[in-house]
Design a protein around this ligand. Structure first.
Ligand SMILES: Cc1cc2nc3c(=O)[nH]c(=O)nc-3n(C[C@H](O)[C@H](O)[C@H](O)COP(=O)(O)O)c2cc1C
Length: 299
């Protein structure tokens, strides 16, 4: 069954989840990447969401929990030329494709990535609680030391980096974009109270912690077009804690999502690990169901 939302017209409702593949050394998609995505389109996937793609910021992608370090980027002539070919290949096979814009934030191992000297971007300088972390002890050792919290101007640079990459996504022909606001990475580290303990305008209650995400979406809208489809992925769980919650109640979830809708999110992607688990006590509904009920947006 097709799906239509504004300029987004899917031939069916099979959407490929974003999956990091690490086959883009130096950030440039390697020869295999175009064929990899094209084959998915040839097999009738309606919409492909690419692997996480580093935004145009020096600390966006590096090594992280499961190794890696060869994620693609979406800036620079060489990478953009590759993406143009990848998008054209998917379109030729009748599919649609959007990039997942990614900044690893607190999860990036300091000293790794394409700009090892760049400090990792951490709202409050902290990785988060380490007692429930579902990550290896080796990794934890490399990220647990607190660093300097982001300054206001560094936060402005991050927002500008997302906007530049969003404009590039549109320029190379992608059919929209997705934001990685889940799993403990940069955007989520602002949303979660255990990685964001700021007492300025970027921290506080859930609505204040959502300000960074909201400003990002606004900047992306301004850098693309009013009808350029924007998908926002978020999760309650984090790599720091599978039981974590950004929103303890449906009311908190609404407080987090409503300003995102107003800023221009078209579709939400609720990543839940356990798809069938009820999101809140007292009702059977999963997280995606709640999002749909509270925002009226597709999930
Ligand atoms: C190899 C692999 C790489 C992944 N990389 C990403 C990624 O880059 N971005 C992301 O948001 N999720 C990533 N995920 C998570 C998946 O998109 C998906 O959410 C997860 O497999 C759970 O499946 P579910 O959404 O059906 O619950 C990855 C998963 C796997 C297995």
């Amino acid at each position: 069954m097709p799906f239509t939302m504004g300029s987004l017209r899917l031939r069916n409702r099979f959407v490929m989840a974003p999956m990091t593949r690490n086959f883009s050394p130096g950030g440039i998609p390697s020869d295999g990447v175009a064929g990899y995505y094209r084959r998915r389109a040839e097999a009738d996937v309606g919409l492909i969401i690419t692997e996480g793609v580093g935004v145009d910021h020096p600390a966006a992608v590096g090594r992280e929990t499961m190794g890696g370090g060869a994620s693609p980027v979406l800036h620079g002539d060489e990478a953009l030329a590759r993406w143009r070919d990848i998008v054209a290949g998917v379109h030729a096979a009748g599919g649609l494709i959007i990039p997942q814009l990614w900044h690893q934030g607190v999860i990036r191992v300091p000293g790794t990535g394409y700009h090892p000297d760049a400090p990792s971007a951490r709202p409050s300088g902290i990785w988060g609680p380490t007692d429930k972390a579902m990550v290896s002890p080796d990794y934890l050792e490399q990220v647990r030391t607190p660093t300097a919290p982001l300054t206001d101007s560094e936060i402005g640079d991050l927002i500008a980096a997302f906007a530049r990459s969003a404009a590039n996504a549109k320029a190379v022909g992608f059919d929209g974009l997705a934001l990685h606001g889940a799993h403990g990475y940069l955007i989520d580290s602002f949303l979660w109270r255990h990685t964001n303990v700021r007492d300025d305008r970027w921290g506080g209650g859930i609505a204040e912690r959502a300000r960074f995400a909201v400003e990002l979406v606004r900047a992306i809208r301004a850098a693309t077009a009013p009808d350029f489809p924007v998908i926002f992925r978020f999760s309650q769980w984090k790599l720091q804690d599978y039981e974590a919650r950004n929103a303890e109640t449906p009311a908190e979830l609404e407080a987090m999502l409503a300003p995102l809708v107003e800023a221009g999110v078209d579709i939400f992607d609720a990543s839940t690990r356990i798809f069938t688990a009820p999101a809140f006590e007292g009702a059977d509904m999963g997280l995606a169901g709640w999002v749909r009920k509270l925002t009226g947006k597709p999930t």
